[in-house]
Ligand binder design. Structure first.
Ligand SMILES: C[S@@+](CC[C@H](N)C(=O)[O-])C[C@H]1O[C@@H](n2cnc3c(N)ncnc32)[C@H](O)[C@@H]1O
Length: 246
């Protein structure tokens, strides 16, 4: 069992589902999914899908003619996601890394990541992968906290500040990625249409989180990326390029 400061951590999948079901989590995720502007028949990728928190909502929007691809590197998360999506024919789950997505280039109409890039070794490379798998004109929604804004009310201000320093310095790999999303997304070749901060997120103690949402790859940038290396092509529904529905 993993620990934080010597204390056992709760089951991560259950924690994520609980956080998403809280009022702040529901409101935040609803806005993020709405921003994807999903339509029946589309292919949508949830990169770092965790326990499948958002997969049923995505499947409802793309319908049985569409496809939802959930990718996560953790088989325990995928097992929970499989339970949550049993019977949803549009959903396909694949074990994989966001640095080398098992999805063909240009195969995806919509993509999202939610609190994933803060954990990865190379967020810029992961965004380049998202760019590779999205077709020209695709919308991509990204959401990450900014843990520098973590404020915990306590009589003991020193401890409160020390907890924030511990979180940003040790506990979270890319703790300040929230503020950098627009810059990193642009560098990966996306056109950033909308970037906003939010007072609440499914990460409950984060005072202010950025949700940089909606990217449309410019045709020039996208064409230079097509055929880029990466991805094993394991996901059945993500195998071929589907560009016709834009
Ligand atoms: C905080 S959870 C968020 C899960 C989900 N996006 C949600 O909103 O509930 C982060 C997830 O990212 C996954 N993850 C972290 N690094 C990854 C990587 N390099 N490739 C694929 N998944 C990764 C973890 O396994 C975990 O399921």
């Amino acid at each position: 069992m993993s620990t934080t400061l010597g204390a056992p951590r709760p089951d991560q999948a259950s924690y994520m589902l609980r956080a998403a079901a809280a009022e702040a989590g529901r409101a935040y995720k609803a806005r993020l999914i709405e921003r994807l502007d999903l339509a029946p028949g589309q292919t949508v990728l949830d990169a770092g899908c965790g326990p499948g928190t958002d997969l049923p909502a995505l499947a409802e929007r793309v319908g049985e003619a569409g496809a939802v691809i959930g990718v996560d590197r953790d088989p325990r998360m995928l097992a929970r996601a499989r339970e949550r999506t049993a019977g949803l024919r549009a959903v396909e789950l694949c074990e994989g890394d966001v640095h080398a997505l098992p999805v063909a280039s240009g195969a995806v109409d919509r993509a999202k990541t939610d609190r994933v890039l803060m954990h990865v070794a190379d967020p810029a490379a992961a965004l380049s992968e998202l760019h590779r798998v999205t077709r020209s004109g695709a919308l991509v929604a990204l959401a990450e906290p900014d843990w520098d804004t973590l404020v915990v009310d306590s009589d003991d201000l020193d401890t409160s500040r020390a907890f924030t320093r511990y979180t940003t310095g040790y506990a979270v790999r890319n703790a300040t990625i929230g503020r950098s999303l627009p810059r990193l997304a642009a560098a990966a070749g996306f056109r950033v249409e909308d970037a906003r901060s939010s007072g609440t997120s499914p990460t409950p103690t984060t005072h202010s989180a950025w949700a940089a949402t909606s990217n449309r790859p410019s045709p020039t940038a996208t064409s230079t990326r097509r055929g880029a290396a990466g991805g094993s092509g394991d996901c059945r529904r993500g195998r071929s390029s589907r560009r016709s529905r834009w």
